[in-house]
Design a protein around this ligand. Structure first.
Ligand code: IMP
Length: 208
């Protein structure tokens, strides 16, 4: 494939995963910062898909306004992700990062979720990490993919790897939390990995 992917994130870990999964497309992969297209974005959508698309379109607009001839073969991508807990009606969902305030430590946020699940038995502690990836293609067409990893909310924080809610997200098949998996193991099953692989298949169908 020809062209460049500009991914709307400043997160180095995400960029590593994106390069690993989309690297074999032959497309050049740049972060928003590397492309000089940093934009302030208000994520006011009501779903992961809507928020990912808001971000991708905002960066695509910034690039178009610059009238850069290199924009001709640019694919702009963005993601949005979070944790849905069934017994809490899907909370924190699209508000995962903002739950109890953006700057509140995750140990506090996770502690609060565990507390709210007090008395909820194993079989009703089901939860999932969800990731939506949106792309604006050079033609102006848009594509969105979704990846999910199913698990359960534990009773305490376990593990030091990962970030965010990983220490309370127990994956039954592995018998541990995603914070107890290595980065490689987590990438293999993660919501983001799944959404990225689905996006790679979409690009293969749509981009020469
Ligand atoms: P973002 O959309 O990637 O910024 O993610 C939103 C929030 O969802 C993060 O700040 C975390 O709280 C949560 N989250 C998303 N993916 C993960 C994950 O893989 N592990 C733990 N928390 C996650």
């Amino acid at each position: 494939m020809k062209g460049t992917i500009i991914f709307a994130t400043g997160n180095a870990g995400k960029m590593r995963e994106i390069r690993e999964i989309l690297g074999d497309t032959g497309l050049k992969i740049l972060s928003m910062k590397e492309a000089g297209a940093e934009t302030d974005i208000v994520e006011d959508g009501d779903s992961f898909e809507a928020n990912a698309m808001i971000k991708a379109k905002a960066v695509a607009r910034t690039l178009a306004e610059r009238n850069d001839p290199a924009c001709g073969d640019v694919i702009v991508m963005a993601d949005d992700s979070g944790l849905e807990i069934d017994a809490l009606g899907g909370e924190p969902g699209i508000y995962s990062a903002r739950y109890m305030g953006e700057d509140t430590p995750y140990s506090v946020k996770s502690g609060s979720l565990i507390e709210r699940l007090a008395g909820v038995p194993d079989e009703r502690r089901t939860a999932r990490f969800v990731c939506a990836i949106a792309a604006v293609l050079p033609s102006g067409d848009t594509v969105v993919t979704r990846g999910v990893v199913e698990g359960r909310i534990g009773y305490e924080e376990l593990g030091d790897n990962g970030f965010g809610y990983d220490p309370i997200f127990y994956v039954p098949e592995y018998g541990c939390t995603t914070a107890q998996l290595t980065e490689e193991e987590k990438n293999r099953i993660s919501h983001r990995g799944r959404a990225l692989r689905a996006m790679r298949e979409e690009l293969k169908k749509r981009i020469e």
